[in-house]
Design a protein. Structure first.
Length: 242
């Protein structure tokens, strides 16, 4: 693994022929969740069992939360108490309609970052999978729906529905884009029912969804990694090397 600073973001790079991003293989970009350190998802790579030429990049969010969470950061600030209250009272609809104040700047940052990553790593056209966990999954979805960047797939790990009207309007523009979505049935932070609603909207817009639900909370269990690895192989190598 190596570390770089691209488009004002710290990034960890792994995989590839030298395990440091070398070669010209496909690229998987994973965005961490709220309150996690920037390298939170780096350890997932080896468990996905993809061809060694596949590269992984893990950018760290610019907002530092050191005073509250220690070595952690975020793509935008969240009101965790409000989210917990909405989950307890079953009031997700109001939250799903809101467009977080920091969402657009975060989207711009990652689009700038992706442009640099594509240039620095010489990524083949159409060989990028974008995804994330929790807040990172929300940001990945928003980026896919607000840009024309060519993607091989979209990965949503324990994400949820936000900016509802914007997303529903834009989803049909991504018809045919393969989506991997997982969520725990006992997620104590982001309601399982909200993830199911997001899946329904994605499917109705014509995006094929591989849905993986599991008996667990706000996490990425091994069984999800097994299915995710299969998904990555299928979208990055639709004919060979699966």
């Amino acid at each position: 693994m190596r570390q770089e600073h691209w488009a004002d973001l710290d990034v960890c790079i792994s995989g590839g022929v030298d395990r440091r991003g070398g070669g010209e293989g496909p690229l998987v970009v994973l965005l961490h969740g709220f309150g996690a350190p920037g390298d939170d998802l780096v350890a997932l790579g080896p468990y996905l069992k993809v061809p060694e030429e596949v590269r992984f990049v893990f950018p760290a969010a610019p907002m530092k939360l050191t005073e509250v969470f220690g070595n952690a950061c975020a793509w935008w600030m969240l009101d965790l108490e409000r989210i917990t209250r909405a989950r307890e009272l079953g009031q997700w609809e109001e939250l799903s309609q809101e467009v977080p104040r920091g969402l657009a700047p975060a989207r711009t940052r990652i689009l700038d970052f992706l442009a640099v990553a594509k240039e620095q790593l010489t990524v083949p056209s159409g060989s990028i999978v974008l995804g994330g966990f929790s807040q990172g999954a929300m940001l990945a979805t928003d980026i896919a729906l607000h840009s024309d960047i060519q993607l091989a797939g979209l990965v949503l790990l324990s994400g949820t529905l936000i900016a509802k009207q914007e997303w529903l309007t834009r989803l049909p523009d991504r018809k045919g884009l393969p989506v991997f979505q997982s969520h725990g049935t006992a997620d104590p932070i982001l309601a399982f029912s909200a993830a199911q609603e997001l899946r329904l909207h994605i499917q109705n817009a014509g995006l094929p969804v591989q849905w993986v639900e599991f008996q667990g909370g706000h996490e990425i269990p091994f069984q999800v990694l097994e299915y995710l690895g299969s998904f990555l192989r299928s979208v990055l190598y639709p004919v060979s090397k699966q």
